[in-house]
Design a protein around this ligand. Structure first.
Ligand code: SF4
Length: 754
């Protein structure tokens, strides 16, 4: 599982020199974020890059992939013509394990049901020099934090919560599999130089407030779009007082504000965590350059001069929050929940409390939750709601079992699920969810879009810290404020919960018997990767066709999506996860969660060839069979959510040519470009209203497709009239080549073939 200390030492040896050069170019003190970015350019900078404008080539230190996205990433990498990955890379089997009965049984079933996929991932990893974390080893981001993240480093991962590693002072960014394929092939990784948001944390958390409440508060301030195109850097005395894993939680949910990533400067909490997780040599190496692993002193003294936006939060005053339902930025302080629930008619009976996941399963999190679980017995209470725990890694699970925490949870009737994503990604076989009853759950995960946890659109999911989730599960009441409210115990006595307490790190150190890691073969050239031609789960990829060299004319409108359209709406997870390695099969979920603007229904659009309404995938297949391209229209922040490139590959595979929206989420826009789709935005957002259900559309200007040059769309309405609207794009010269070649991968393949 070996992290590469030599690589880390090399990064540190070059760090100061690169930062000094960058400082001369930028001509002012640098934030920590800028230092990491400039230290990871593929070639020395010749000028200062303009934030929010310039595309820059980076050389990340690592790549991480989870099993659902790794399938497509590795299927693409297999086409790239390389013998071995160019940078240290790992695969983590965490998304394909259904939570149902409990860890042991659920894991055994998953290993059987998904053996074909796990075997494929293991053999590709073995062949190409990729570290493989077996099912049950843990959730990608927790395992990365425990084993690979290092201060000042840069990594990419095929999962939007890769950003979790910012808790250890990294720039860690979620990307699509095609980006991972580029970096594993030794090619530069391109990103628009992000803008910077500084969050100054003053004071110190106390009582019921937890690191999770910092990001829940920030999400309420910035909303799901507020961090788009930005890196968030946290600083201040409050930041230094947080544990390393608490910082990880805050960075993790930076994905929920659309931020490119978030990070913290190196401090003692990170040093302590590195040492506790067996990486004394990394801690020593970081300590030796610690003056480099933070912003220049002027920056935190006068943040307004150096960040594009600054937010200040006083941790002394921070209240526990509950964010939701249905969106992670609807932030309600616990003291306001009674009135908010009444005003919005949210169901207040808590049916299930779920703690853990990659966001909140540190030793500290679990120890604080257990301090409340202990009070159930001590105070004669009975837990009112169901309660579940999904540990983030086998190392955490083993350690909390050793320290008696799991026994305490068992004593209040808790179920421990496998060390995997489970309910967080809809892999939860929740009894009764199919009845679609209105109900409330609270969890310490990060996302709470409709249907995400259990597939029930009427499940109201609220996100909170693990300690608050535990308290609400004990009370069984969403409006219970543990700071002020009391409970009645089994004897009829009035009791009050004491505030949570815990330990940042285990006093006896972490322990683990089998961490679940499998190292790759030193020479994988003789290893054969097999994919059965009739497999339902895996399908080798065929290259997408090149652009035909003309404007795109005669496109039909496939769907005009209304309101929120996340990657869950475009390519649903849950039961569809099993097809993530089979492009044709998973394409049968294309946009089935998107709401059709014209009839307010999901998965019901007009087929202009027949005039009939039907499912989106079937309609799109009908257009494809007729040789007709299509246009998808969307609203604001289209493609928000995960990094899954299936949301871009499916429309491409089924013959859609362009996606036109009011605005894009960053990763999805890049994914569309990589797969040879046209990603366009309305120059005038009001033009969204001009798109009609029966429109036939021409995209004009492609023969002169150039950066910063808008294109035109001609809308031919059914009544014989037509209108022309202007659409923008953010393609640079290289991305235009991807479009022309049919996909970025087609260019890589060509380069390695020559
Ligand atoms: Fe897994 Fe949920 Fe974390 Fe994603 S956010 S990696 S689904 S636990």
């Amino acid at each position: 599982m070996a992290f590469d200390i030599d690589l880390i030492k090399k990064v540190y040896a070059e760090f100061e020199g690169k930062v000094n050069e960058a400082r001369k170019l930028v001509n002012k003190p640098l934030t920590f974020t800028e230092k990491i970015l400039y230290a990871h350019l593929t070639a020395p900078a010749r000028r200062a890059y303009q934030r929010g404008a310039d595309y820059v080539d980076f050389a990340p230190d690592r790549v991480a992939m989870q099993d659902a996205t790794a399938q497509m990433a590795l299927l693409q990498f297999m086409q790239a013509g390389r013998d071995k990955v160019a940078v240290p890379s790992t695969v983590h089997c965490d998304h394909l394990i259904m939570a149902q009965t409990g860890a042991a049984q659920d894991l055994a079933i998953a290993k059987k049901d998904s053996s074909e996929v796990f075997d494929f991932l293991a053999s590709v990893s073995n062949k190409y020099g990729i570290g493989f974390w077996k099912p049950g080893a843990g959730i990608i981001h927790q395992v990365v934090l425990e084993n690979y993240a290092f201060p000042g480093g840069m990594m990419i991962g095929t999962d939007s919560h890769t950003v979790n590693a910012g808790g250890l002072g990294m720039i860690a960014i979620g990307v699509g599999g095609a980006d991972a394929c580029d970096v594993m092939s030794g090619l530069p990784w391109e990103l628009k130089m992000p803008k910077l948001i500084g969050v100054k944390l003053t004071g110190k958390l106390n009582g019921w407030a937890a690191p999770k409440d910092v990001i829940l508060k920030v999400a309420g301030i910035l909303t799901v779009k507020g961090g788009t195109g930005c890196i968030v850097e946290y600083f201040g005395e409050g930041a230094q007082a947080l544990s390393c894993t608490g910082k990880g939680t805050i960075c993790n949910m930076g994905a929920e504000i659309g931020a490119t990533t978030s990070t913290f400067a190196y401090d003692d909490s990170m040093s302590r965590y590195l040492r506790a997780t067996g990486r004394e040599d990394v801690a020593a190496a970081a300590d030796a350059v610690k003056t480099q692993l933070t912003a220049d002193p002027e920056v935190y003294a006068n943040p307004e001069q150096y960040f594009d936006q600054v937010i200040e939060i006083d941790l002394n005053e921070l209240e526990p929050h509950l964010n939701g339902p249905f969106t992670p930025d609807l932030a309600t302080p616990i003291s306001k929940m009674k009135e908010a629930a009444a005003a919005n008619e949210w169901p207040t009976k808590v049916e299930v409390g779920l703690i853990g996941s990659c966001t909140n399963s540190s030793y500290e999190d679990i120890s604080r939750a257990v301090s409340l679980a202990k009070q159930v017995n001590e105070k004669g209470l009975k837990t009112k709601a169901e309660f579940t725990i999904t540990p983030g890694s086998e190392q955490v699970r083993y350690t909390i079992e050793r320290d008696g925490f799991l026994d305490t949870f068992a004593s209040i009737g808790a179920t421990v699920f496998a060390n995997a994503c489970g309910p967080c990604i809809g892999m939860w076989n929740r009894v009764g969810a199919d009845k679609q009853e209105k109900n409330t759950i609270v969890h310490s995960f990060n996302r709470n879009f409709a249907k995400r946890a259990d597939g029930n659109p009427n499940t109201y999911a609220f996100v909170a810290s693990p300690e608050l989730v535990t308290a609400l599960a004990i009370a069984g009441d969403l409006t219970f404020n543990p700071i002020t409210d009391t409970l009645v115990n089994e004897k009829g006595e009035t009791v009050k919960l004491d505030p949570p307490s815990g330990e940042e790190l285990p006093a006896k150190g972490f322990s683990v018997d089998d961490p679940g890691y499998q190292a790759p073969a030193a020479d994988g050239s003789g290893i054969e990767v097999k994919v059965a031609p009739d497999s339902k789960r895996l399908q080798l990829l065929d290259p997408f066709p090149e652009w035909e060299g003309t404007d795109l004319k005669g496109l039909k409108l496939l769907i005009k999506a209304k309101g929120k359209c996340t990657t869950d709406h475009i390519s649903m997870a849950g039961p569809w996860l099993k097809f993530r390695g089979h492009l044709d099969n998973i394409s049968n979920n294309l946009l089935i969660g998107a709401v059709n603007y014209f009839n307010d229904k999901t998965d019901n659009v007009k087929n202009q060839l027949t005039g009939e309404y039907g499912p989106v995938p079937a309609t799109q297949r009908a257009y494809k069979a007729a040789g007709i391209g299509t246009l998808i229209v969307g609203d604001e922040n289209y493609g928000e959510g995960s990094s899954r490139e299936h949301a871009a590959m499916e429309p491409r595979h089924l013959g859609a040519r362009a996606v036109l929206v009011k605005s894009f989420a960053r990763i999805h826009e890049t994914n569309l470009k990589k797969q040879g789709m046209l990603a366009l935005t309305f120059a005038d957002k009001d033009d969204y209203d001009k798109i009609r259900e029966d429109d036939t559309i021409d995209i004009i200007g492609l023969t002169a497709f150039a950066p910063d040059t808008p294109l035109s769309l001609v809308l031919h309405h059914k009544d014989g009239t037509s209108e022309t609207i202007t659409v923008n794009h953010s393609y640079n010269a290289q991305q235009i080549e991807w479009f022309k070649a049919g996909a970025a991968l087609n260019i890589i393949r060509r380069e390695f073939a020559n």
